[in-house]
Write a protein that binds this ligand. Structure first.
Ligand SMILES: C[S@@+](CC[C@H](N)C(=O)[O-])C[C@H]1O[C@@H](n2cnc3c(N)ncnc32)[C@H](O)[C@@H]1O
Length: 345
């Protein structure tokens, strides 16, 4: 047999096995693979099934269902099916808001100058290292303590994060001066992050769907979960965001990616703060979800230089609406904030 062909030929993934497999993955992680993703799963998992000498996906699935080693095998599967695209200083306006607005706001409310941050779904570490660098650049480490936790479900990307070696592509949004300052060029052309930055971040493996293990993190002041829940359906987004909500301290912040929204979930009552930093304007609104949608549109398309749309969630997740009348009463009870970045580029 032609070896090249046999290596590249994917094992057939029948529709019924695809559905069983994707439901098993969904139940464990919240990641949702629509029917259109069947080929993707087939392509990514065929080599693994072959490596384990399964003749068919049926047999592989049978193993995943009944074998005592199945959970360890699912861990291997997550390494193969997650999308790990990331780079340093991604979504910079939001990171600027983190340094210029969020950190000072949290410090102003703390008796001990200690902030706990969690990068949830950190991939190969560019996001948490960017935070550590920005905090250093802003001089915060001189008068405050920061704990930065970073986690992912994928063990391979975590190993890369801990190693801290990066190629050119990771620096597509990084100023050359910052790279020179915080990285060392290796003989093979890669850039190694300096130990001073590396030691500021603790990495750990964590499935965001595993509430019991997530709760071991204790309370966090800031959670970044950017470009992760785009792979989830609405039901699993709700579960994961509720877990975040339980982990956030009063007045803590959740930062989501540009293309992520909780609005469609329909369970979050929100107070919105639009911060237009150039005009030093801080507008506060509290409306129901229809208005939230309208405001998102407004922020994106009509308000010049609108930098941040910050959503505060007074009561989650049972409350469906917050009307104008109840606003003043609730404002004192604001507990968590959820922030989106609708920066106009
Ligand atoms: C596209 S990367 C985003 C990396 C970084 N946050 C950023 O915005 O550049 C998404 C990461 O989420 C992780 N992920 C997906 N589902 C997860 C889950 N259930 N628990 C933990 N991590 C998960 C993936 O392994 C992947 O590394």
């Amino acid at each position: 047999m032609n070896t090249f062909l046999s290596l590249n030929h994917h094992m057939e993934l029948p529709d019924d096995v695809f559905r069983l497999l994707r439901d098993a993955i969904y139940k464990r992680t919240g990641m949702w693979f629509a029917e259109s993703s069947k080929y993707l799963l087939q392509k990514r998992l065929s080599p693994r099934a072959r490596e384990l000498n399964f003749e068919s996906f049926q047999k592989y699935f049978y193993f995943l269902q009944y074998d005592p080693r199945a959970e360890a095998e699912f861990d291997q599967i997550y390494d193969l099916i997650t999308t790990n695209e990331t780079y340093f200083f991604r979504e910079p306006a939001q990171l600027a808001a983190f340094v210029d607005e969020i950190v000072p706001d949290i410090l102003s409310r703390k008796s001990f100058n200690k902030i706990r941050i969690w990068s949830a779904g950190c991939s190969s570490g560019e996001e948490p290292y960017s935070l550590a660098i920005l905090l250093e650049e802003a001089g915060y480490y001189e008068h405050a303590t920061f704990e930065i936790f970073a986690s992912d479900i994928n063990q391979s990307v975590l190993a890369r994060a801990r190693r801290g070696h990066y190629r050119e592509n990771a620096f597509r949004a990084t100023e050359a001066a910052l790279r020179e300052k915080y990285f060392v060029r290796e003989d093979d052309g890669a850039w190694r992050i300096r130990d001073e930055v590396r030691n500021r971040v603790s990495f750990g493996r964590l499935n965001l769907y595993d509430e019991a293990r997530v709760s071991l993190l204790g309370h966090l002041d800031v959670i970044l979960c950017r470009n992760v829940i785009i792979y989830f359906d609405d039901a699993s987004k709700k579960i994961v965001v509720s877990n975040f909500y339980n982990r956030l301290t009063d007045g803590g912040y959740l930062l989501l990616g540009h293309s992520e929204s909780l609005i469609r979930l329909g369970v979050f009552s929100v107070e919105i703060v639009i911060v237009d930093r150039l005009a030093q304007l801080d507008l506060v609104f509290a409306f129901d979800l229809v208005v939230v949608r309208w405001l998102s549109f407004l922020a994106c398309h009509h308000i010049p230089q609108c930098r941040v749309l910050r959503m505060r969630c007074p009561l989650l997740p049972q409350e469906r609406r917050i009307g104008r009348r109840s606003f003043s009463k609730r404002v004192g009870a604001v507990r968590r904030r959820i922030m989106f970045d609708f920066t106009k580029s």
